[in-house]
Design a protein around this ligand. Structure first.
Ligand SMILES: NC(=O)c1ccc[n+]([C@@H]2O[C@H](COP(=O)([O-])OP(=O)(O)OC[C@H]3O[C@@H](n4cnc5c(N)ncnc54)[C@H](O)[C@@H]3O)[C@@H](O)[C@H]2O)c1
Length: 250
């Protein structure tokens, strides 16, 4: 029996990178998936067409999120899982809090943090109707320390993701709903397209990681599916580093 048979998941940022991998792997495990992304639907998504519903929407638009969640719940009979994966890292524009354009600050916080409030707010009532559920929110190791080349809006938003997740974990434990965070380390994805123009930067990043390589979408999907699954039934309110050992360095 497939691990996610009869389960329904919402995955944000599912138009590419880690989100698309997570959606594919959930469908391969038997789930049906609402995929939300501001990007158009990828040409190829594995699995049967009826197993996924792709909604092109901006997650900062609460009404659009609410409508997508309602459409998925109607089509599939409820929702069990939420993977909040969407995020933006605007190299160049996102800089020190002392000099950042505050419109950029607001937009980065809206996409990286407030969007997760929108999805949680509309998905949790569906989970309660099913008698439980699980959420995984994507933060970043970037929020764990300062950076001489700061991206303060991203850092602050990703720290907020941790606080939000822990708070939801406590609020919702009695409803059988778990909430956890993944901290990806530097990973291959469209977000790191700059490495294609500068492969030396990819190599230098990989060399600094104890396991000797950057992360992959598959690495993040494996961790996410574990935390969503019943194998993590006693895990809530915590964070999982998936960074090849980077944070363990002195
Ligand atoms: N790639 C890395 O090195 C890395 C490292 C640490 C953390 N992360 C985090 O992991 C998560 C996934 O990143 P990724 O590497 O797959 O990046 P990605 O850029 O490939 O994917 C992010 C997706 O979010 C979508 N998105 C952005 N704004 C949106 C909006 N307003 N509404 C709907 N969708 C929107 C994008 O279109 C994109 O498909 C992000 O939260 C990111 O911050 C990534």
């Amino acid at each position: 029996m497939r691990e996610f048979a009869d389960k329904v998941a919402v995955v944000t940022g599912a138009g590419g990178g880690m989100g698309l991998q997570i959606a594919r792997d959930l469908v391969a495990g038997g789930a049906r998936v609402l995929m939300i992304d501001v990007k158009p639907r990828p040409e190829v998504i594995d699995g049967e067409a009826e197993d996924y519903l792709y909604v092109e929407a901006d997650l900062t638009d609460e009404a659009a999120v609410a409508a997508a969640v309602e459409q998925a719940a109607d089509r599939y009979g409820g929702i069990d899982y939420l993977a909040n994966v969407a995020g933006v890292l605007w190299f160049g524009q996102d800089r020190s809090a002392l000099e950042i354009d505050l419109d950029v600050w607001d937009r980065v916080l809206a996409i990286n943090l407030k969007s997760m409030v929108h999805t949680s707010k509309h998905v949790v009532p569906q989970m309660k109707r099913r008698g439980g559920g699980a959420m995984v929110h994507f933060s970043s190791t970037q929020c764990l320390r300062g950076d001489p080349a700061p991206q303060d809006a991203y850092q602050a938003a990703k720290a907020g993701v941790v606080a939000l997740s822990r708070s939801l974990a406590i609020q919702l434990a009695g409803d059988g709903i778990r909430s956890n965070v993944i901290f990806p380390g530097p990973s291959e994805s469209p977000m790191q397209a700059r490495w294609d123009e500068n492969p030396a930067q990819r190599q230098a990043t990989a060399a600094a990681i104890p396991l000797g390589r950057v992360g992959s979408a598959e690495d993040m999907s494996n961790a996410c599916l574990f935390l969503l699954s019943d194998r993590a039934a006693f895990i809530t309110g915590t964070e999982l580093l998936v960074d090849g050992g980077l944070q363990a360095l002195p």
